[in-house]
Each structure stands twice: as C-alpha cells, then as structure tokens.
Design a protein around this ligand. Sequence first.
Ligand code: CO
Length: 473
Amino acid sequence: MTDGYQQGFATQDQELSGVSLQVNGLLPSWLQGTLVRNGPAKFEVGEHGLRHWFDGLAMLHSFTIEAGCVQYVNKFIDSPSYRYAQEHGRLGYSEFATDPCRSIFKRVATLFRPKFGINTSVSVSKLADQFVAWTEMPHPIEFDPQSLRTIGVVDFADDLKLHTATPHPHLEPTTGDTINVSLRFGATSAYVVYKMPANSSRRQLVASMPVREPAYMHSFALTDAYVVLAEYPLVVNPRRLLLSGKPFAENLQWQPERGTQFLVIRKADGALVGRYRCPAFFCFHHVNAFEHGDELIVDLIAYPDANVIQALYLDVLREPRADGVVHPPNELRRYHVPLSGGAVWHETLADEWLELPRVNYERCHMRPYRFVYGTGLSKQRRDDFSNQLVKIDVEQRTATAWYEPGCYPGEPVFVPAPHAVEEDEGVVLSVVLDARHNTSFLLVLDGRTFSEVARAAAPHRIPFGFHGEFFAG
Ligand code: CO
C-alpha cells in the first residue's frame, strides 16, 4: 500500500458515533440537515480479499450539520453479506465480481442457485418514509438516519419477481412516485419498469419488455412522458449466468456490433415507443434528460467500451498500469434521440473526464439545465485517481475545478440555498480523502464560485464511497 490514493481502497473498520468535528471556515446558517454517504469499507473477509471495488462491504457515514457545527457517525450496514462474513469469517454470497464458491469453497448448491449478496454499498435514498441503502439488487436495506443502525431488508407488499434494480431510482416530481428499472431472469427474461407511490410499499408494474440477453444498466433517465433506457451492448446470457458458477461481472459480454440502443417507454401506458440505435458506448451514470420538441435530450457519461469495469478491480486500482493511467477515458455527452425517426447523434459537452455526476435535481431534473457537478481528473495529474471536483456549464461549455494536491474528493452533492434564484445558488458537499495526512474531511464549496466555504476534519480516513444524499432537517 502506498501513501497515495490507494488509501481509499483500504479497510476502515472503526465505527464511531456522535463525534463533533472541527470546522474551519463558516458554514451557511441555512445549511441544516444530514449528508449520508455510502460506500465499501471492508475489502477482506477472513483471509480472503474481495476482488472488485464494487464488492467491498458497505458502510454508511453521516455528517449532520446544525448551527454551523458538524457531527459524524459511521457504521457498517448489517446486511446479509456482512452478517455472514462476520459470523463465519468467509464470504457467503456472490458479490458483483467475487464468488465464494470459486474463491473460498465449492458447494454444488450455490453453483445451481447462485445467491447474490445484498451488500447495499452504492447509494442511499428516501423510499416512502424509509431511509434506505441500495446496491444493484431489488431489495434495499432500511437504516436509521440518526444512528445509522440497520433496520433490515425492505420487503415490498407485492409479488413482482425481480432479480436486480438500479441503485439510482428516480422521483417523479408531480406524483412523488419512485420509479426504477429492474431485470427479471427466466425462461423469458425482461426489463421491468416499476413505480412505487410515495405512501405505499407496493411496487406497481409500469412496463415489462422481453429481452433474450439483457444489458447491464446502472442507471436510466426520465422525461415528462418517458422512461429512457440506454441499452449498452454489455449483455448477460441468463442461462449461462445461472450455470456458470461465476460472479455476475464475469458473465457480462461486450458485443459492440449490437450498438447501443435507447429504449423509449411511455410512462402513461408502458408502451415501447421505439428503439433508437447508435454506435456502441457504455455508461454507468445518466446525468439528466428532457424533451425538446420531437427530440429527447439524454445527457450521460459515455465510455468507448466496458473496460472501465476491468479497471475497477482492486488489484488494478492498487497497482496501476505501467503507463500510469488509472481512469479509462470518458466524455460528458448529449445524445439527441429523434422520436419521429432519423439518426441518433451526440455532441460532447465538456473537455473533462467526469464521474459521479450530480445536478440541482429538485429544480432541474427532466428540465433544460446548465450545471453538472462531478469528480474529475486534473490535467496536471492524469496519472492519478480522480483528484478534483468539477463544475461544468453545459450551456457555455466551460468548466471550473477545485483541486488540492494529495486530495481525492468523492461525489459532489449539490444542496440548493432556500429561495435560490439561480440554479447554482447553494453549496456543494464532498467527502475528500486527504492522502497526505491519512485522513478525510468534509468539504463545502460555494455552488456559484466553486471556492471553499468551509471544511470539517473527519476523525479518521474514509475509504472512497460511491453516492450519498443530503436530507434537509
Ligand atoms: Co452509481
């Protein structure tokens, strides 16, 4: 382990609660609430290392901001995967890229009935009145937002049989419904879109589309009238998945000749309006989408292929390639999808590497918008893990960055100021790994100038997380 960004992939098993943090700078008085972040924090089980960044066991971290002070809590999620690992000292469930039956023990039963773990390490959201953590499994795990104590796997009051769900469900602003996309594997596999009303625990089917070899999709887009799936040519053969005895990631096949297709589904009746094909690309994160006349505008972070998944194996991240490149290249692209026919085309919105993108969601989701915030890669230090925060103006096609040597910021969460007039009026919150001091801090940037407002020193090093939310309180 070196003293650089690799510290972000090292286990942190200290759990703390109610720690008051020292704040440098002045937090805005209106900023009241809790930033909850999710990510992997344990990378070994017993003697065995997990293989992929996505496999690490989930830990929640919270920063509660009140009257200019910050309190910190962190806790492992007591998921079935975590519980089994704690009790048996070995992995009991197949994670994204690590499989117990190959790496630890062979058991015929698991070969034929793969048990995918519920290790909800990816994101958090409010689902009806529950605070939940998600991974790519259909059931999230509920937690207490104050103590971060695990309440349990969420049971839905319906009989939808689903095998995955994205960790990026959307909120329908007019109704408050949660909308998400799942895969169902079987004799006939399907993409399933469901919605869940705000006051209910019953998921309702919006659309089900049969597919022979489903694509791996980490997120999707909504517009006023449509649900938009970008179907990359990174596909899984359901029968092989069941029989291969290999973890999910190793069953994914890149078939660029298929191209990427936008599947446009009408919310009102679940009908497939059309499939719109373009040359192959891969993406984890949609940024935003909206309708513009007869065209859908779909903004996302595109990779030329799916090699980024290979690049996120822990052995690769810890021992970078000889040429020093850690991050495969990507682009913030705007796809134009003409609903009445014609070719799909795209333009590049920024000359910046970008990931973990966020917008002013309350105001701009499904609407024309101007600003994207994300983690970035400094032009001075391309041979590094993502080492800066960027704010991109998609109208002016300009970028502003926050960079500090030896620092590795996580996903920037935008929090709008009350009664804001401008889209970027508010603050941006990011948990930053400070590799110089083997610790982390909460960084607060002014949304408009992207300059530092305050920082609060965390009591220990926080491994790199994926996603978080600010819950105003
Ligand atoms: Co994500």
